[in-house]
Design a protein around this ligand. Sequence first.
Ligand code: PGA
Length: 252
Amino acid sequence: MRKKVIAGNWKMNKNRKEAKELIEALKPIAQDKTCGVIICVPFTNLETALTLTDGTNIKVGAENVHFEKSGAFTGEISADMLTEMGVEYVIVGHSERRQYFGETDITVNKRLLAGLEAGLKVILCVGETLEEREQGITEEIVAKQVKIALQGTCEKCIKNVIIAYEPVWAIGTGKTATAEQAEEVCAFIRKTIEGLFNKEVADGITIQYGGSMNEKNCAELLSKEDIDGGLIGGASLVAEKFGVLLEEASKY
Ligand code: PGA
């Protein structure tokens, strides 16, 4: 049985004071939960998050990483800079990065490899747009994203990858995929991993759902066999809401 993992994605939210308040509120809520707990925060809150979560069961992640080791890349952050701070996780390939910042499957692959090489655990986001779903090419799109992003990975390092299935049409829109739709694609991603590696790797990998997952709809989504947790935007910004997700995920 795979342990469920709930990861918050704060996006571009929370100044330092607000981050401190949210983490302090989260600590007692997360304390006795058996699911994995991760918060991915803006770069400016990493130091605060690492200090405040030290010795707790809350893991800290960044929201992006650059693929080069160092150099003339104004505004970027390298994987080594993150690991040096003690950051454990990083999100790559979020649809907002693909949509607004020109991220492609190729650059997502480079970021993923750079993260793994530096020792980070990588949360890889994939998902189709509404247009692609309506065209009936969800599986093709998701398979392509997964296959390109994982090019050059090995059976050993794939253990440090979490895949988050996030249909673009469900992110921040309040439109959640039905539990059946989410399960169908998460199961398909697992099959794709089996094809790339083997059944053991596929059975072991954590596949999350993300996209308007919240305290109200999480129970049904998390009850599905191939949904191993969630990548949570809006509902991760309020401790009590995030707490409900952690509670639900800890039932498994
Ligand atoms: P949402 O965001 O929960 O606000 O839809 C999820 C995500 O983008 O990771």
